[in-house]
Ligand binder design. Sequence first.
Ligand code: UDP
Length: 341
Amino acid sequence: MKKTVLVSGGAGFIGSHVTVELIQAGYDVVVADNFSNCDRTCFEGVKRITGKEDIPLEVMDFCDMEAVKALFQKYPIDAVIHFAAYKAVGESVAQPLKYYKNNLTSFLNVLEAAQEKGSFVLFSSSATVYGEPDSVPVTEATPRKPATSPYGNTKTICEDILRDTVKASEGKLKGILLRYFNPIGAHPSALIGELPRGVPNNLVPFITQTAIGKRECLSIFGNDYPTPDGTCLRDYIDIVDLAKAHVFAVSRMVEGKMKQDCEVFNVGTGRPVSVLELVNAFEKVNGVKLNYKFAPRRAGDVTAIWADPTLANTEMGWKATRTVEETLKAAWAWEKHLAGK
Ligand code: UDP
């Protein structure tokens, strides 16, 4: 019997790539999204990539408990992957209540419905929970640090909520927390990718928009960090590699392979790359010259963080396979696709 996976926020950047990989792995997928931070572009792209025209799409808000209950009644949901959340760090500092209300309420609703139905839960957490780590790379046992933004805090709190709920359910509810490092790139088909609204906060969309001429100049935030070239170090994980990690995690849940009722995995490459290295690699692999300048440090940025992905590699059998160069080529192809080039 085919298993059904609900993907909340399934029309967004990560959600759309995960939907593709799940369908290609043989799962039935229900996409639910309120389109508050994306349009239909990626959902249409998912249909084209998979050749599946009839993917169920529910336009709904996960803060609406009645709608969530109805959704769980309508479909035989074996597992739910929860992406539906606000994600802009700066905005969360300016409007904390908006972030706490939305990101916590929607997750609470999903958990309640999943618990009632007996569905597995996969929560999209983030390396942000590690803050500025005392040593790198970080393993899942590395202590979490107080969040530096309300957005980051919603990730930490949702992790705790899942853990506590799983514990209290005495085996009825099981879940996995995936801690993403820096997801970048786009699907190799160039039919889905990142579609930031307004000025991008993240590095790679800013790079591609600068290269295409939408932005005048990339600011590299800080070149006086205690790193080899003075710019920050991150673990950039290809979006398709990241999406595949969800397929491994879902199969682990629905095929009864979990070793604990609540498991945590880092989803990263284990490879630190500096901002400057990423910029240089983008220029080289795509044959474009990028207009950039060094600017002051950005508030809240950590100096260096990258994953120790050993647990995901050995326990889930998942490993990142794509090179930074391949990923940056895909990111550029997507930006050109958007520009109709
Ligand atoms: N960054 C930058 N210029 C930008 C956006 C980001 O120099 O326009 C740097 C940022 O300071 C950090 C890295 O790129 O060192 C990754 O930032 P991003 O916002 O993509 O992800 P984060 O690691 O903050 O989650």
